[in-house]
Structures are given as structure tokens and as C-alpha cells.
Design a protein around this ligand. Structure first.
Ligand code: NCD
Length: 315
């Protein structure tokens, strides 16, 4: 059995969120990920660091990018990877999670990657299991590897975070990506702006130490990076927006609105995208401004770096 302890890169034996991580830890992870980004562009993409280890991907919510990149990351590092997609329809959430934790523990995994619709699910599992736990998205709470891959993508293009202004736009209320990114970008010295209709802003959004705008053109003025978020219709219980057409008119990123950002500003989106709802197709597909494909590429590198960092603390 793995008894996980602190590694020289990460103080914790888990990655549950950006909260609690220090700037030097982030820098060390990004530096390590650079080596994997280079490895991934070569012909031999494999290292043997996780040989003999077992990585379990436990996804209670649908995922394309995150799950496949953790799978690829684990395989490229030599681990045995088990993908478990869980249907939760008839079982109550609490029971499922605790029961699943006991079953998983008996399989003696070394690393568990978990995505769950409840905030705090990854943390709960980390207390019940003996292995390292990585949060791949818990409810509206955190999605740390997404924020890390976004940071790596930005740093590769802009060199550092100091002096950068990043606008996070759209459905901030329902977004764990936004919460992790706000924390990470602020920690690394970037200025963060939130732009959203009032109905999609968390209560007391200004408490995050960010500037808040409800007008796209005003919020985008002079920004270096525009990070668009998916309108998370599946998380909406009431009428948060009048219609998706109306939403695009006021909050969808098109050329005209983008023209208010700094010349040369770059556009990001964690995916999956709703084209024509939060972002115009011609911007998403414009390789001069869109970093979306690079974000996916850096996703694999970041996940390899996280697995590497956690494995260094393992017995
Ligand atoms: C995000 C997620 O699942 O939180 N997607 C992702 O991980 N690439 C964002 C989203 O679902 O909109």
C-alpha cells in the first residue's frame, strides 16, 4: 500500500484545490510541466516514474478533456490506469461516495483522480482513502489542474504574470474553473477582472479581491487575456439568462467586443464550448488569438507534472 507523504514539490500528498498552495509550489509545478510539454512533443513520450503504480480515474460527471488527459498522463508515466465512470442516478450521493471509497481502497490505488458534482467530495475522499487524491472538479468549488494548465499556457505566451490583467467572463457563479483561476492568478501577481451579468456573479464577488464588471466592453478595456467560460445550463435551476441569443448579444465574445481589449490580447476557454453562446466561432478558431488548443496540450503536461510531484512523496 502507498503511504503518501509530502513530496519536495507539493507540501500536501493531495491536490484538492489551489487554496492552500503557495506561489513557489505553483512555480515548481509549472517548471516541471515545461519538461513534460517538451517530452510530449517528441517521439518517445514515456517515462517510467509511475511504473507499478495504479491510477484510478473516478468520474461522477461527464468529461472529455480532463479525463482523457489524466488517462494519457498516467499511461505516459507508466502507471496502470483504471477509468471508472459512475452513474449516480438511483443512489444517494453520500452513500455512493463512502461506499465507493471503501471499494476503491481495497483495490489499493496509488492515486485517485476524482470529479464529482458536490463541492468538497475530493476532500472527503482524501480523508477516507490511503492514496493521493487529485481533485478533477468538485461541484462549483475548485478545479485546480485546469487553473494550473491555464497558468502554464499564459506563462509560455507572456513570460510571467506580473503586470498582466486577465478578464474571466461569463458564468462565474457556477464555475469551479473561475474559482481556481481567481485564486491562482491573484497568487501569482496577475490582476483579475470578473465580467458577468449580475445573475451569474457570486454574492459578494468583490470579496475575492478582484474588479467586477457587468458590462463586457468596460470590463475588457485594456486586458491582456480574455478567459471565456461555458454557460453551465445544467447547473441552472432558475432563469439566469433571458435566452442564449440575448446572452450572446451582451456577453458573447465577438470581434467587436474583443476590440476593446489590449491589441494582441489572447483568448482562452476551458471547453467544452457553446459556440455562438459565449464565444463566436471565428474567434475560437482563429489561431492568432485563440489559445484553446494549446490549453488542451498543456493539460496533459500539467497532469504529468502533478502525478510526478505526488509520486515523489510516495513510499
Ligand atoms: C470545465 C469543468 O468541467 O469544470 N471543463 C473542463 O474541465 N475542461 C468547465 C465546464 O464544464 O464548463
Amino acid at each position: 500500500m502507498t503511504s503518501a507523504s509530502a513530496s519536495p514539490i507539493l507540501k500536501s500528498s493531495h491536490l484538492l484545490g489551489i487554496e492552500g498552495i503557495s506561489a513557489p509550489e505553483v512555480t515548481a509545478l509549472l517548471d516541471l510541466a515545461e519538461t513534460y510539454a517538451a517530452l510530449n512533443r517528441g517521439a518517445n513520450k514515456k517515462v517510467a516514474l509511475l511504473k507499478g503504480r495504479t491510477l484510478v480515474n473516478l468520474f461522477f460527471e461527464a468529461s472529455t478533456r480532463t479525463q482523457s488527459s489524466f488517462e494519457l498522463a498516467g499511461k505516459r508515466m507508466g502507471a496502470d490506469v483504471l477509468n471508472m465512470s459512475v452513474k449516480t442516478s438511483s443512489v444517494s450521493k453520500g452513500e455512493t461516495l463512502i461506499d465507493t471509497a471503501a471499494t476503491l481502497n481495497a483495490m489499493r490505488p496509488d492515486i485517485l483522480v476524482v470529479r464529482h458534482h458536490d463541492s468538497g467530495a475530493a476532500e472527503l475522499l482524501s480523508r477516507k482513502l490511503d492514496c493521493s487524491v487529485v481533485n478533477a472538479g468538485d461541484g462549483q468549488h475548485e478545479h485546480p489542474t485546469q487553473a494550473l494548465l491555464d497558468a502554464l499556457t499564459i506563462r509560455r505566451r507572456r513570460g510571467s504574470f506580473n503586470g498582466l490583467t486577465v478578464a474571466i467572463c461569463g458564468d462565474i457563479l457556477h464555475s469551479r474553473v473561475a474559482r481556481s483561476n481567481i485564486r491562482l492568478l491573484s497568487l501569482m501577481g496577475a490582476r483579475v477582472r470578473l465580467i458577468a451579468p449580475g445573475t451569474l456573479l457570486p454574492a459578494q464577488a468583490d470579496r475575492f479581491g478582484v474588479e467586477v464588471f457587468t458590462d463586457m466592453r468596460a470590463g475588457l478595456a485594456g486586458v491582456d487575456i480574455v478567459m471565456m467560460l461555458r454557460l453551465q445550463l445544467e447547473r441552472m435551476t432558475g432563469a439566469f439568462v433571458p435566452s442564449t441569443r440575448e446572452y450572446f448579444r451582451f456577453y458573447g465574445l465577438d470581434r467587436e467586443k474583443l476590440s476593446f481589449a489590449k491589441p494582441g490580447a489572447l483568448v482562452m476557454h476551458p471547453g467544452p464550448m457553446n459556440r455562438g453562446v459565449e464565444i463566436a466561432s471565428d474567434i475560437a478558431d482563429d489561431m492568432e488569438v485563440s489559445l484553446i488548443a494549446e490549453q488542451v496540450e498543456m493539460g496533459v503536461a500539467i497532469r504529468m507534472a502533478v502525478l510526478d510531484a505526488l509520486s515523489r512523496g510516495m513510499k
